[in-house]
Design a protein around this ligand. Structure first.
Ligand SMILES: [Zn+2]
Length: 242
């Protein structure tokens, strides 16, 4: 038997009677901290720090009778640099693979300039394989997917509305300052390039022809993009983040 306490949003994964309080749970012989945390419902990708009896430990720490285990998500306002975190530093390049339910988020991440693979035909195994092969962060609302051993970096997405989801991911991963809005095609995930207005004039709706001056295009799908309402929404979101 060990005593557990989960902090902050990790409580979302627990049944109501276990939230925000200590509770006891039996541990199998040889169970690691990671195994027990996931058995209690929390994907390892959501965990940033584990303290056992007040000392920071890694995922592979074996739990013993009477251990007191405190489990924390990424901190917003608390310096943990002196404590051991459960995984190495963030992936060097921030890029994503999104599960089949997150098409709206995937488009918005691309709109913000983050390389994001998404195809609603991707199965779980494919997502895990892509994440591993290309060092991508898995975005999912499926906690079982995030419990996969091979997934080293992942984010459980709580919000349901795509702009809210984008805000959530930006806050969790501190992305506001590294965003490069409107550099990727939101449909193809391919780079956009600027194109002269004269070259696309005939393909523009009249009001766009009148009001917009700057355009870009995707060489894969040939679509034309301009600073419309999505642009304003993205700017507002970025401006509202620290
Ligand atoms: Zn495209």
């Amino acid at each position: 038997m060990a005593t557990f306490r989960f902090y902050e949003e990790l409580n979302d994964f627990l049944p109501a009677q276990r939230r925000r309080q200590e509770f006891d749970a039996p541990c199998a012989r040889g169970a690691t901290a990671k195994h027990m945390i996931e058995a209690l419902g929390v994907p390892h990708t959501e965990v940033e720090l584990i303290l056992v009896n007040g000392e920071s430990v890694g995922f592979d720490r074996l739990l013993l009778e009477g251990d007191r285990v405190a489990v924390y998500p990424k901190f917003e306002s608390f310096d943990v640099s002196t404590l051991l975190r459960v995984r190495d530093s963030p992936l060097r390049v921030t890029r994503f693979v999104a599960d089949a339910h997150l098409g709206g988020l995937a488009k918005r991440l691309r709109m913000a300039g983050f390389d994001t693979l998404y195809d609603n035909a991707f199965g779980d195994n494919e997502i895990v394989a892509i994440a591993r092969r290309e060092a991508r962060i898995v975005l999912s609302r499926d906690r079982e997917l995030l419990k996969c051993r091979e997934v080293t970096h992942g984010c459980y997405v709580r919000a349901l509305e795509p702009w809210q989801q984008l805000r959530e991911i930006f806050q969790r991963l501190d992305l506001a300052n590294v965003a490069r809005p409107f550099t990727l095609c939101l449909r193809c995930n391919a780079p956009l390039r600027a194109i002269d207005k004269q070259l696309v004039l005939e393909r523009l709706p009249p009001s766009v022809r009148e009001h917009q001056q700057r355009f870009s295009t995707c060489d894969v799908c040939q679509r034309i993009f301009w600073a419309g309402s999505h642009w304003r929404h993205m700017r507002d979101l970025l401006d509202s983040l620290p």
